[in-house]
Design a protein around this ligand. Structure first.
Ligand code: FAD
Length: 396
Protein backbone atom coordinates (compact mmCIF):
# COMPACT_ATOMS: atom_id res chain seq x y z
CA UNK A 1 0.00 0.00 0.00
CA UNK A 2 1.32 3.46 -0.90
CA UNK A 3 0.89 6.10 1.79
CA UNK A 4 0.93 9.89 1.58
CA UNK A 5 2.06 10.36 5.16
CA UNK A 6 3.63 8.05 7.77
CA UNK A 7 3.20 9.12 11.39
CA UNK A 8 5.35 7.67 14.16
CA UNK A 9 3.81 7.53 17.65
CA UNK A 10 0.16 7.40 18.69
CA UNK A 11 0.23 9.85 21.60
CA UNK A 12 -2.10 12.88 21.43
CA UNK A 13 0.04 14.56 18.71
CA UNK A 14 0.23 11.50 16.42
CA UNK A 15 -3.44 10.49 16.71
CA UNK A 16 -4.59 14.09 16.12
CA UNK A 17 -2.52 14.67 12.98
CA UNK A 18 -3.44 11.22 11.59
CA UNK A 19 -7.18 11.72 12.12
CA UNK A 20 -7.16 15.11 10.42
CA UNK A 21 -5.03 13.92 7.49
CA UNK A 22 -7.38 10.99 6.88
CA UNK A 23 -10.34 13.39 7.07
CA UNK A 24 -8.65 15.49 4.39
CA UNK A 25 -8.56 12.38 2.17
CA UNK A 26 -4.85 11.54 2.56
CA UNK A 27 -3.62 7.96 3.06
CA UNK A 28 -2.10 7.91 6.53
CA UNK A 29 -0.18 5.14 8.30
CA UNK A 30 0.24 5.44 12.09
CA UNK A 31 2.98 3.31 13.69
CA UNK A 32 3.02 2.82 17.48
CA UNK A 33 5.46 0.68 19.46
CA UNK A 34 3.05 -0.08 22.36
CA UNK A 35 -0.31 -1.80 22.40
CA UNK A 36 -3.12 0.35 23.77
CA UNK A 37 -4.42 0.93 26.38
CA UNK A 38 -1.09 1.62 28.09
CA UNK A 39 -0.28 3.76 31.12
CA UNK A 40 1.96 6.77 30.68
CA UNK A 41 3.83 9.03 33.05
CA UNK A 42 1.84 12.28 33.04
CA UNK A 43 -0.07 14.62 35.38
CA UNK A 44 -3.23 13.63 33.42
CA UNK A 45 -4.51 17.17 33.77
CA UNK A 46 -6.18 18.19 30.51
CA UNK A 47 -6.62 21.98 30.23
CA UNK A 48 -9.89 23.60 29.01
CA UNK A 49 -8.39 24.51 25.60
CA UNK A 50 -7.80 20.78 24.88
CA UNK A 51 -11.55 20.20 25.05
CA UNK A 52 -11.99 22.41 21.97
CA UNK A 53 -9.64 20.12 20.05
CA UNK A 54 -11.54 17.07 21.36
CA UNK A 55 -14.75 18.69 20.04
CA UNK A 56 -13.18 19.12 16.61
CA UNK A 57 -11.98 15.50 16.68
CA UNK A 58 -15.47 14.33 17.80
CA UNK A 59 -14.14 12.54 20.88
CA UNK A 60 -15.35 14.78 23.78
CA UNK A 61 -18.37 12.66 24.61
CA UNK A 62 -16.26 9.51 24.66
CA UNK A 63 -13.91 11.13 27.20
CA UNK A 64 -16.87 11.79 29.52
CA UNK A 65 -18.36 8.34 28.88
CA UNK A 66 -15.00 6.91 30.01
CA UNK A 67 -15.44 8.78 33.32
CA UNK A 68 -13.33 11.95 32.85
CA UNK A 69 -13.48 14.13 36.00
CA UNK A 70 -14.39 17.79 35.65
CA UNK A 71 -11.83 20.13 37.25
CA UNK A 72 -12.96 23.69 37.99
CA UNK A 73 -10.00 25.00 39.92
CA UNK A 74 -6.30 24.50 40.60
CA UNK A 75 -4.46 25.58 43.72
CA UNK A 76 -0.69 26.10 43.69
CA UNK A 77 0.90 25.48 47.11
CA UNK A 78 4.29 26.95 48.06
CA UNK A 79 6.60 24.62 50.10
CA UNK A 80 5.34 26.22 53.33
CA UNK A 81 1.72 25.29 52.44
CA UNK A 82 0.49 28.75 51.36
CA UNK A 83 -1.90 28.38 48.40
CA UNK A 84 -2.85 30.48 45.35
CA UNK A 85 -6.12 29.56 43.60
CA UNK A 86 -6.36 29.48 39.78
CA UNK A 87 -9.99 29.08 38.63
CA UNK A 88 -10.11 27.27 35.27
CA UNK A 89 -12.33 29.97 33.80
CA UNK A 90 -9.22 32.22 33.72
CA UNK A 91 -7.74 30.05 30.98
CA UNK A 92 -11.13 29.09 29.53
CA UNK A 93 -11.50 29.19 25.82
CA UNK A 94 -15.08 28.06 25.25
CA UNK A 95 -15.02 25.35 27.93
CA UNK A 96 -14.59 26.80 31.41
CA UNK A 97 -13.33 23.65 33.10
CA UNK A 98 -10.46 21.23 32.67
CA UNK A 99 -10.70 17.42 32.91
CA UNK A 100 -8.76 14.64 34.55
CA UNK A 101 -8.54 11.34 32.68
CA UNK A 102 -5.86 8.66 32.63
CA UNK A 103 -3.54 8.63 29.64
CA UNK A 104 -4.45 4.95 29.21
CA UNK A 105 -8.05 6.01 28.42
CA UNK A 106 -7.42 9.35 26.70
CA UNK A 107 -4.80 8.03 24.29
CA UNK A 108 -6.93 4.96 23.52
CA UNK A 109 -9.94 7.14 22.63
CA UNK A 110 -7.83 9.37 20.36
CA UNK A 111 -6.29 6.33 18.65
CA UNK A 112 -9.71 4.69 18.14
CA UNK A 113 -10.87 7.99 16.61
CA UNK A 114 -7.97 7.88 14.13
CA UNK A 115 -8.72 4.26 13.23
CA UNK A 116 -12.43 5.01 12.69
CA UNK A 117 -11.54 7.91 10.38
CA UNK A 118 -9.65 5.53 8.10
CA UNK A 119 -6.06 5.73 9.35
CA UNK A 120 -4.10 2.47 8.98
CA UNK A 121 -2.85 1.78 12.51
CA UNK A 122 -0.07 -0.64 13.43
CA UNK A 123 0.35 -1.18 17.17
CA UNK A 124 3.35 -3.05 18.56
CA UNK A 125 5.53 -1.68 15.73
CA UNK A 126 8.79 -0.03 16.87
CA UNK A 127 10.30 2.26 14.24
CA UNK A 128 14.10 2.09 14.06
CA UNK A 129 16.16 5.31 13.77
CA UNK A 130 17.34 4.15 10.34
CA UNK A 131 15.99 6.56 7.72
CA UNK A 132 16.59 6.79 4.01
CA UNK A 133 15.42 9.25 1.31
CA UNK A 134 15.37 8.75 -2.44
CA UNK A 135 13.53 10.44 -5.32
CA UNK A 136 11.16 12.39 -3.09
CA UNK A 137 10.27 9.36 -0.96
CA UNK A 138 11.26 8.63 2.65
CA UNK A 139 11.84 5.02 3.69
CA UNK A 140 11.53 3.89 7.27
CA UNK A 141 11.74 0.49 8.87
CA UNK A 142 10.94 -1.22 12.13
CA UNK A 143 9.89 -4.42 13.81
CA UNK A 144 6.58 -5.82 15.02
CA UNK A 145 6.95 -7.25 18.51
CA UNK A 146 10.74 -7.17 18.06
CA UNK A 147 10.61 -9.77 15.27
CA UNK A 148 9.91 -9.31 11.55
CA UNK A 149 11.51 -6.27 9.88
CA UNK A 150 9.09 -4.29 7.67
CA UNK A 151 9.67 -1.20 5.53
CA UNK A 152 7.25 1.58 4.59
CA UNK A 153 7.61 4.60 2.35
CA UNK A 154 5.79 7.90 1.82
CA UNK A 155 6.70 11.40 0.64
CA UNK A 156 6.07 12.82 4.13
CA UNK A 157 7.11 11.45 7.54
CA UNK A 158 5.83 12.98 10.78
CA UNK A 159 7.72 12.20 13.98
CA UNK A 160 5.26 12.24 16.91
CA UNK A 161 7.24 9.76 19.00
CA UNK A 162 7.50 11.92 22.12
CA UNK A 163 10.27 13.40 24.24
CA UNK A 164 12.90 10.89 23.08
CA UNK A 165 11.79 11.37 19.47
CA UNK A 166 13.08 8.61 17.20
CA UNK A 167 14.18 11.11 14.52
CA UNK A 168 14.98 14.18 16.61
CA UNK A 169 18.32 15.59 17.44
CA UNK A 170 18.26 16.48 21.11
CA UNK A 171 21.46 18.53 21.12
CA UNK A 172 19.35 21.72 21.15
CA UNK A 173 17.59 20.58 24.34
CA UNK A 174 18.59 21.50 27.86
CA UNK A 175 18.51 19.23 30.89
CA UNK A 176 16.50 20.46 33.90
CA UNK A 177 18.44 20.70 37.17
CA UNK A 178 17.64 21.74 40.71
CA UNK A 179 20.67 22.36 42.93
CA UNK A 180 22.91 20.78 40.27
CA UNK A 181 20.96 17.49 40.25
CA UNK A 182 19.02 16.18 37.23
CA UNK A 183 15.21 15.86 37.42
CA UNK A 184 13.12 12.71 37.13
CA UNK A 185 9.34 12.19 37.08
CA UNK A 186 7.25 9.65 39.08
CA UNK A 187 3.55 8.83 38.84
CA UNK A 188 1.08 6.70 40.75
CA UNK A 189 -2.72 6.36 40.91
CA UNK A 190 -4.34 6.65 44.35
CA UNK A 191 -7.65 5.79 45.96
CA UNK A 192 -9.38 7.27 49.00
CA UNK A 193 -8.08 10.82 48.47
CA UNK A 194 -10.47 13.01 50.46
CA UNK A 195 -11.85 16.29 49.06
CA UNK A 196 -10.39 16.11 45.52
CA UNK A 197 -13.69 16.37 43.69
CA UNK A 198 -13.65 19.13 41.07
CA UNK A 199 -10.19 20.43 41.98
CA UNK A 200 -6.54 19.93 41.15
CA UNK A 201 -3.53 20.86 43.28
CA UNK A 202 0.13 21.58 42.56
CA UNK A 203 2.55 21.36 45.48
CA UNK A 204 6.09 22.75 45.43
CA UNK A 205 8.67 21.26 47.76
CA UNK A 206 12.40 21.79 48.35
CA UNK A 207 13.65 20.11 45.20
CA UNK A 208 10.66 19.66 42.93
CA UNK A 209 6.91 19.79 42.63
CA UNK A 210 3.95 17.44 42.23
CA UNK A 211 0.39 17.65 40.96
CA UNK A 212 -2.70 15.76 42.09
CA UNK A 213 -6.14 15.64 40.48
CA UNK A 214 -9.02 13.22 39.96
CA UNK A 215 -9.20 10.75 37.06
CA UNK A 216 -11.86 8.17 36.15
CA UNK A 217 -13.14 5.44 38.51
CA UNK A 218 -12.85 7.54 41.67
CA UNK A 219 -9.06 7.59 41.58
CA UNK A 220 -6.61 10.49 41.81
CA UNK A 221 -3.36 10.78 39.88
CA UNK A 222 -0.23 11.85 41.73
CA UNK A 223 2.65 12.90 39.51
CA UNK A 224 5.80 14.59 40.80
CA UNK A 225 9.22 15.66 39.68
CA UNK A 226 12.24 15.47 41.94
CA UNK A 227 16.00 15.32 41.76
CA UNK A 228 18.28 12.36 41.16
CA UNK A 229 19.90 13.14 44.54
CA UNK A 230 16.55 12.69 46.35
CA UNK A 231 15.81 9.46 44.48
CA UNK A 232 19.22 8.15 45.59
CA UNK A 233 18.55 9.20 49.18
CA UNK A 234 15.22 7.26 49.15
CA UNK A 235 17.10 4.11 48.00
CA UNK A 236 13.99 2.65 46.35
CA UNK A 237 11.82 3.05 49.50
CA UNK A 238 8.65 4.71 48.12
CA UNK A 239 7.28 5.78 51.52
CA UNK A 240 10.59 7.51 52.22
CA UNK A 241 10.48 9.09 48.75
CA UNK A 242 7.02 10.53 49.51
CA UNK A 243 8.29 11.83 52.88
CA UNK A 244 11.27 13.52 51.21
CA UNK A 245 9.14 15.06 48.45
CA UNK A 246 5.35 15.51 48.51
CA UNK A 247 4.82 15.03 52.25
CA UNK A 248 7.42 17.71 53.03
CA UNK A 249 4.74 20.20 51.92
CA UNK A 250 2.19 20.56 54.78
CA UNK A 251 -0.79 20.94 52.40
CA UNK A 252 0.18 17.78 50.46
CA UNK A 253 0.83 15.88 53.71
CA UNK A 254 -2.77 16.59 54.77
CA UNK A 255 -4.12 15.54 51.38
CA UNK A 256 -2.14 12.28 51.31
CA UNK A 257 -3.30 11.11 54.75
CA UNK A 258 -4.91 7.64 54.52
CA UNK A 259 -4.62 7.28 50.72
CA UNK A 260 -4.30 3.86 49.11
CA UNK A 261 -1.92 3.18 46.21
CA UNK A 262 -3.77 1.72 43.22
CA UNK A 263 -1.55 0.50 40.38
CA UNK A 264 2.09 0.52 39.40
CA UNK A 265 4.61 3.30 39.98
CA UNK A 266 5.94 4.78 36.73
CA UNK A 267 9.18 6.72 36.42
CA UNK A 268 10.97 8.60 33.66
CA UNK A 269 13.88 10.95 33.12
CA UNK A 270 16.11 12.82 33.07
CA UNK A 271 13.70 15.62 32.12
CA UNK A 272 14.90 17.90 29.34
CA UNK A 273 13.09 20.88 27.88
CA UNK A 274 13.07 23.19 24.89
CA UNK A 275 12.91 22.62 21.14
CA UNK A 276 14.49 19.65 19.40
CA UNK A 277 16.09 19.85 15.97
CA UNK A 278 14.22 17.77 13.38
CA UNK A 279 16.11 15.54 11.00
CA UNK A 280 15.97 16.79 7.38
CA UNK A 281 12.96 15.19 5.68
CA UNK A 282 10.96 14.81 8.91
CA UNK A 283 8.30 17.03 10.51
CA UNK A 284 8.52 16.75 14.30
CA UNK A 285 5.40 17.53 16.32
CA UNK A 286 4.30 17.33 19.98
CA UNK A 287 7.10 16.54 22.43
CA UNK A 288 9.25 15.24 19.57
CA UNK A 289 9.37 18.86 18.33
CA UNK A 290 9.64 20.63 21.68
CA UNK A 291 9.10 19.82 25.35
CA UNK A 292 7.49 22.41 27.62
CA UNK A 293 7.80 22.40 31.43
CA UNK A 294 5.22 20.00 32.87
CA UNK A 295 4.15 22.39 35.65
CA UNK A 296 2.44 24.61 33.08
CA UNK A 297 0.09 21.69 32.31
CA UNK A 298 0.19 22.56 28.64
CA UNK A 299 2.17 19.69 27.06
CA UNK A 300 -0.94 17.89 25.84
CA UNK A 301 -2.38 21.13 24.50
CA UNK A 302 0.83 21.71 22.52
CA UNK A 303 0.74 18.11 21.27
CA UNK A 304 -2.86 18.46 20.07
CA UNK A 305 -2.34 21.96 18.63
CA UNK A 306 0.86 21.06 16.81
CA UNK A 307 -0.95 17.98 15.42
CA UNK A 308 -3.71 20.24 14.10
CA UNK A 309 -1.19 22.68 12.65
CA UNK A 310 0.82 19.94 10.92
CA UNK A 311 -2.36 18.42 9.42
CA UNK A 312 -3.42 21.87 8.15
CA UNK A 313 -0.03 22.56 6.51
CA UNK A 314 0.38 19.05 5.03
CA UNK A 315 -3.16 18.76 3.62
CA UNK A 316 -3.04 22.30 2.22
CA UNK A 317 0.31 21.55 0.54
CA UNK A 318 -0.97 18.28 -0.99
CA UNK A 319 -4.07 20.14 -2.23
CA UNK A 320 -1.73 22.57 -4.01
CA UNK A 321 0.27 19.67 -5.50
CA UNK A 322 3.26 20.12 -3.16
CA UNK A 323 4.53 16.93 -1.49
CA UNK A 324 8.16 18.03 -0.94
CA UNK A 325 8.62 17.40 2.78
CA UNK A 326 11.36 20.05 3.13
CA UNK A 327 9.02 22.76 1.81
CA UNK A 328 6.19 21.55 4.04
CA UNK A 329 8.48 21.31 7.11
CA UNK A 330 9.66 24.89 6.58
CA UNK A 331 6.10 26.27 6.48
CA UNK A 332 5.16 24.23 9.55
CA UNK A 333 8.20 25.49 11.45
CA UNK A 334 7.49 29.14 10.68
CA UNK A 335 3.86 28.86 11.76
CA UNK A 336 4.81 26.88 14.88
CA UNK A 337 7.22 29.60 16.03
CA UNK A 338 4.68 32.33 15.38
CA UNK A 339 1.86 30.52 17.21
CA UNK A 340 3.63 28.87 20.11
CA UNK A 341 7.12 30.46 20.49
CA UNK A 342 5.87 32.82 23.20
CA UNK A 343 4.83 30.00 25.54
CA UNK A 344 8.38 28.66 25.73
CA UNK A 345 9.71 32.09 26.69
CA UNK A 346 7.06 32.55 29.40
CA UNK A 347 7.76 29.07 30.77
CA UNK A 348 11.53 29.68 30.84
CA UNK A 349 10.90 32.78 32.94
CA UNK A 350 8.60 30.93 35.34
CA UNK A 351 11.06 28.06 35.65
CA UNK A 352 13.80 30.49 36.63
CA UNK A 353 11.61 31.84 39.44
CA UNK A 354 9.97 28.59 40.57
CA UNK A 355 13.20 26.86 41.58
CA UNK A 356 14.96 29.72 43.38
CA UNK A 357 13.57 29.70 46.95
CA UNK A 358 13.88 33.46 47.62
CA UNK A 359 12.30 34.45 44.29
CA UNK A 360 9.60 31.79 44.62
CA UNK A 361 8.63 32.99 48.13
CA UNK A 362 8.42 36.57 46.91
CA UNK A 363 6.29 35.46 43.95
CA UNK A 364 3.90 33.40 46.12
CA UNK A 365 3.46 36.37 48.50
CA UNK A 366 2.70 38.63 45.53
CA UNK A 367 0.32 36.08 43.97
CA UNK A 368 -1.57 35.59 47.27
CA UNK A 369 -2.01 39.36 47.51
CA UNK A 370 -2.77 40.18 43.86
CA UNK A 371 -5.16 37.73 42.13
CA UNK A 372 -4.75 39.61 38.84
CA UNK A 373 -1.02 38.74 38.84
CA UNK A 374 -1.88 35.03 39.28
CA UNK A 375 -4.25 35.32 36.33
CA UNK A 376 -1.62 37.01 34.18
CA UNK A 377 0.88 34.26 35.06
CA UNK A 378 -1.58 31.46 34.19
CA UNK A 379 -2.39 33.12 30.86
CA UNK A 380 1.25 33.78 29.97
CA UNK A 381 2.00 30.06 29.63
CA UNK A 382 -0.69 29.64 26.99
CA UNK A 383 -1.02 32.77 24.86
CA UNK A 384 0.75 35.92 23.94
CA UNK A 385 -0.66 38.39 26.43
CA UNK A 386 1.06 41.46 24.97
CA UNK A 387 0.30 41.79 21.25
CA UNK A 388 3.44 42.74 19.25
CA UNK A 389 1.67 45.76 17.77
CA UNK A 390 1.08 47.31 21.19
CA UNK A 391 4.56 46.73 22.60
CA UNK A 392 6.40 48.96 23.38
CA UNK A 393 3.46 51.16 24.44
CA UNK A 394 2.88 54.17 22.15
CA UNK A 395 3.67 57.62 23.52
CA UNK A 396 0.71 59.99 23.50
C1 FAD B 1 6.19 14.37 34.73
C2 FAD B 1 5.34 14.89 33.61
C3 FAD B 1 4.05 15.32 33.89
C4 FAD B 1 3.25 15.84 32.86
N1 FAD B 1 1.97 16.27 33.15
C5 FAD B 1 1.21 16.84 32.19
C6 FAD B 1 -0.12 17.29 32.47
O1 FAD B 1 -0.62 17.12 33.57
N2 FAD B 1 -0.81 17.90 31.46
C7 FAD B 1 -0.27 18.09 30.23
O2 FAD B 1 -0.93 18.69 29.37
N3 FAD B 1 0.97 17.62 29.92
C8 FAD B 1 1.72 16.99 30.86
N4 FAD B 1 2.95 16.50 30.56
C9 FAD B 1 3.41 16.59 29.18
C10 FAD B 1 2.71 15.54 28.30
O3 FAD B 1 2.80 14.26 28.89
C11 FAD B 1 3.34 15.52 26.92
O4 FAD B 1 3.51 16.84 26.48
C12 FAD B 1 2.48 14.73 25.92
O5 FAD B 1 2.43 13.37 26.27
C13 FAD B 1 3.07 14.86 24.52
O6 FAD B 1 2.34 14.08 23.61
P1 FAD B 1 3.03 13.49 22.29
O7 FAD B 1 1.94 12.88 21.50
O8 FAD B 1 3.90 14.50 21.67
O9 FAD B 1 4.03 12.36 22.82
P2 FAD B 1 3.74 11.07 23.70
O10 FAD B 1 2.52 11.21 24.48
O11 FAD B 1 5.02 10.81 24.43
O12 FAD B 1 3.49 9.92 22.63
C14 FAD B 1 4.54 9.41 21.85
C15 FAD B 1 4.15 8.00 21.38
O13 FAD B 1 5.18 7.53 20.48
C16 FAD B 1 5.43 6.16 20.73
N5 FAD B 1 6.79 5.86 20.27
C17 FAD B 1 7.95 6.29 20.82
N6 FAD B 1 9.01 5.80 20.12
C18 FAD B 1 8.49 5.03 19.12
C19 FAD B 1 9.08 4.25 18.08
N7 FAD B 1 10.42 4.15 17.95
N8 FAD B 1 8.26 3.60 17.23
C20 FAD B 1 6.90 3.69 17.36
N9 FAD B 1 6.30 4.41 18.34
C21 FAD B 1 7.08 5.07 19.20
C22 FAD B 1 5.26 6.04 22.24
O14 FAD B 1 4.98 4.71 22.62
C23 FAD B 1 4.09 6.99 22.52
O15 FAD B 1 2.85 6.33 22.50
C24 FAD B 1 3.76 15.93 31.55
C25 FAD B 1 5.05 15.45 31.27
C26 FAD B 1 5.83 14.93 32.28
C27 FAD B 1 7.22 14.43 31.97
Amino acid sequence: MRYDVIIIGAGPAGSTVSTLLARAGLRALLLEKSRFPREKLCGEFITPECLNVFDRLDVSQRMFDAGAEIINQWTLFAPDGRGVRVPMEWIADGHNHAIGISRAQMDLILLDGARQTGVDVREGFRVSPRFHRENGMSFIEGKTNGKTVERFSAPVVVDASGRNGVFSNRTAQRTSFIGGSRLFGCKIHLRAVEGMSGIGELFFFRDGYGGMSGVENGRANLCFITTEATLREAKGDREKLLDLTMRSNPAARRRLRGVVIDGEWLGSGPITYGRQRSMPGVISIGDAGAFIDPFTGSGILLALSSGELAAEVISQSFAEGVSDVDVIAKSYDQLYRARFGWRFKACALLRAVAFKPAMRNALVTALCRYQSLAKLMALSTRQKIIPCSSFPPQRR
